[in-house]
Write a protein that binds this ligand. Structure first.
Ligand code: URA
Length: 447
C-alpha cells in the first residue's frame, strides 16, 4: 500500500477501506506517512467527505493508536459530555465536578481552543500548576480520588487526535463533519465510558453553523458511539450568541466557580441543567439496562432538585478542589479567584444607541476575544489566560447609548481597538425587545 494512492483515491471521491485508513493513521503516528501526506489526505476528506463506514473506521483507527482507559474495576457509571465547541461554552467545568459529586465517574479527555472557539484545556489551565498532560496511571488515581479528571490528548492517549487536530487547524480542514466526528469520538472512546452526552452546537459560533449540518454531525456521532458499545445521545444547542457572561479562559473559569456556588446567567443555567439531567438519565438507563427516553419537560422536573442540592451544599465545588489537587493545581486560586490571572488593561465598550440588543454574533465575540489574546490561530501559539470579554448585557437586554454593555480584558493594549471594532460589528440594536432565543433545538437518541 502507498499513501499517495490512497490520497488520490479519496481525492477522486472513492471510499477507503478500514485497512487503508489504518495504514494512513498508524503510518503517520509511526513516522512512515509524513505530515505533508496526512495534510493532503485531510484536504481530500474535507472536499470529498466520508461515508459512515469510513468515519467509523477512522475513529477506530485513531482509538487503536493509543492506550485507553480500562475502568471496569471502578464503582459508578462512567459518563462524559463533549461539546463540538463554541464561544463562552464552559459547561464542562461545571458538569464534571457536579456529576462526580453525584457519584458518577467522569474521565474527560478534552481539547485546546482553536480560532474563535474556546477549549476546556485552556480554561482549566488558568489554574496555576494544573497539569493536563498526565499519564494513564495518574488519571486512574484522579478518578479514584476526585471522581473526574480533565486531561488533553497526549503521545500516550489518542496521539492520532493530538496530531490531526493541530494539522487540521493549519490546513483549514477543521470544519469537516467526518473529521470532527472522528476527533471527538476517538477521544471519548479512549475513556472507557458507559455513556456519553454530546452537545452539538449550531449557530454563528459553531463549527456546524446550520441546523442541518449540526443534526448530521449529531446523528453520525450518536451512531458511532452506540455501535461501539457506549450509550450515546446528542443535544443540539444554540451557539448563535455566546453562552453565559464571559468569554476567555480565566474569566470563564471564574464564571464556573460562581456557577458551582449557585450563581448562573439564565442561558448558562438552562444549557448546563439540561445536559446534567441527560447525564443522570443516561446513568440511570445504564444502571437499569434500559434505553434512554425522550422525557421532554419531565426530564428537568425529575432531576433538577437533586442537581441543585449538590450545588447548594457545596459538594460540586468541593469536587473541583479535589480534582485541582489531584492534577497538581493550586486550589487557593479557586478558593480566592482574585489569585487567577487578571488583565492589566480593561476597556468598557459603549452601546452606540438606545434600544435592545437583538443580536450578539457568537463568531464576532469569539474573534474579538481571540484578538485580545484568549485564542490562538495556530496550535503551537501561546495564549493569554487573562484575556477575554465580560458581557454585561445579553441579547434581549435593554441598553443606553454611551453606556457599557461589555468590557474587554487584555495584557496587550495594542489589540483593544481592533477587538472593539470586531465586537461592535457583531452587535445589533433594535427598538423592540426581541423574542427569547431557543437554546435547546433537538435531542438525537440512538436509532
Ligand atoms: N472538538 C473536538 O474534540 N474535535 C473537533 O474536531 C471539534 C471539536
Amino acid at each position: 500500500m502507498r499513501a499517495v494512492d490512497l490520497i488520490r483515491k479519496k481525492r477522486n471521491g472513492g471510499a477507503l477501506s478500514g485497512q487503508e485508513i489504518s495504514f494512513l493513521i498508524e503510518g503517520n503516528i509511526r513516522g512512515q506517512v509524513p505530515d505533508y501526506q496526512m495534510a493532503a489526505f485531510l484536504m481530500a476528506v474535507y472536499n470529498r467527505g466520508m461515508s459512515t463506514e469510513e468515519t467509523t473506521a477512522l475513529t477506530g483507527a485513531m482509538v487503536s493508536c493509543g492506550r485507553n482507559l480500562e475502568l471496569g474495576s471502578l464503582q459508578g457509571v462512567k459518563i462524559d459530555k463533549h461539546s463540538t465547541g463554541g464561544v463562552g461554552d464552559k459547561t464542562q467545568l461545571i458538569l464534571a465536578p457536579l456529576m462526580a459529586a453525584m457519584g458518577l465517574k467522569v474521565p474527560s479527555i478534552a481539547g485546546k481552543g482553536l480560532g474563535h472557539t474556546g477549549g476546556t484545556i485552556d480554561k482549566i489551565s488558568s489554574i496555576p500548576g494544573f497539569r493536563t498532560d498526565l499519564r494513564l496511571e495518574d488519571l486512574m488515581e484522579c478518578l479514584k480520588t476526585a471522581g473526574f479528571f480533565i486531561n488533553e490528548q497526549t503521545d500516550e492517549i489518542n496521539p492520532a487526535d493530538k496530531k490531526l487536530y493541530a494539522m487540521r487547524d493549519a490546513t483549514a480542514t477543521v470544519e469537516s463533519i467526518p473529521l470532527i466526528a472522528a476527533s471527538i469520538m476517538s477521544k471519548k472512546l479512549s475513556e472507557g465510558l458507559d455513556a456519553l452526552v454530546l452537545d452539538v452546537k449550531t449557530g454563528s459560533g459553531a463549527l456546524t453553523r446550520g441546523l442541518e449540518g449540526a443534526r448530521a454531525l449529531a446523528e453520525l456521532m450518536v451512531g458511532i458511539g452506540n455501535s461501539m458499545g457506549v450509550m450515546t445521545i446528542a443535544l443540539i444547542t444554540d451557539m448563535d450568541a455566546p453562552l453565559g457572561r464571559s468569554v476567555g479562559n480565566a474569566l470563564e473559569l471564574k464564571e464556573c466557580i460562581s456557577a458551582l456556588k449557585g450563581s448562573y446567567a439564565p442561558d448558562l443555567m438552562e444549557v448546563t441543567m439540561t445536559l446534567a439531567a441527560w447525564m443522570l438519565h443516561l446513568a440511570d438507563a445504564v444502571s437499569e439496562e434500559t434505553r434512554p427516553q425522550r422525557l421532554g419537560e419531565n426530564l428537568l422536573k425529575r432531576y433538577k432538585d437533586e442537581i441543585w442540592d449538590y450545588i447548594e451544599h457545596g459538594d460540586a465545588f468541593a469536587k473541583l478542589l479535589e480534582c485541582i489537587d489531584a492534577q497538581h493545581g493550586n486550589p487557593d486560586a479557586v478558593l480566592n479567584p482574585s489569585l487567577l490571572p487578571a488583565a492589566r488593561h480593561i476597556k468598557p465598550v459603549l452601546s452606540p444607541w438606545n434600544g435592545y440588543i437583538t443580536r450578539m454574533d457568537a463568531f464576532a465575540v469569539g474573534q474579538a476575544s481571540a484578538l485580545l489574546g484568549a485564542g490562538r490561530s495556530r496550535m503551537d501559539e501561546g495564549i493569554d489566560p487573562a484575556a477575554g470579554i465580560i458581557i454585561g448585557k445579553k441579547p434581549g437586554d435593554s441598553v443606553k447609548a454611551d453606556t457599557p454593555f461589555a468590557t474587554l480584558h487584555t495584557n496587550d493594549p495594542s489589540r483593544l481597538k481592533e477587538a472593539e471594532e470586531v465586537l461592535l460589528s457583531g452587535i445589533e440594536i433594535g427598538d423592540k425587545e426581541p423574542p427569547r432565543r431557543k437554546l435547546i433545538h433537538d435531542v438525537i437518541l440512538p436509532g
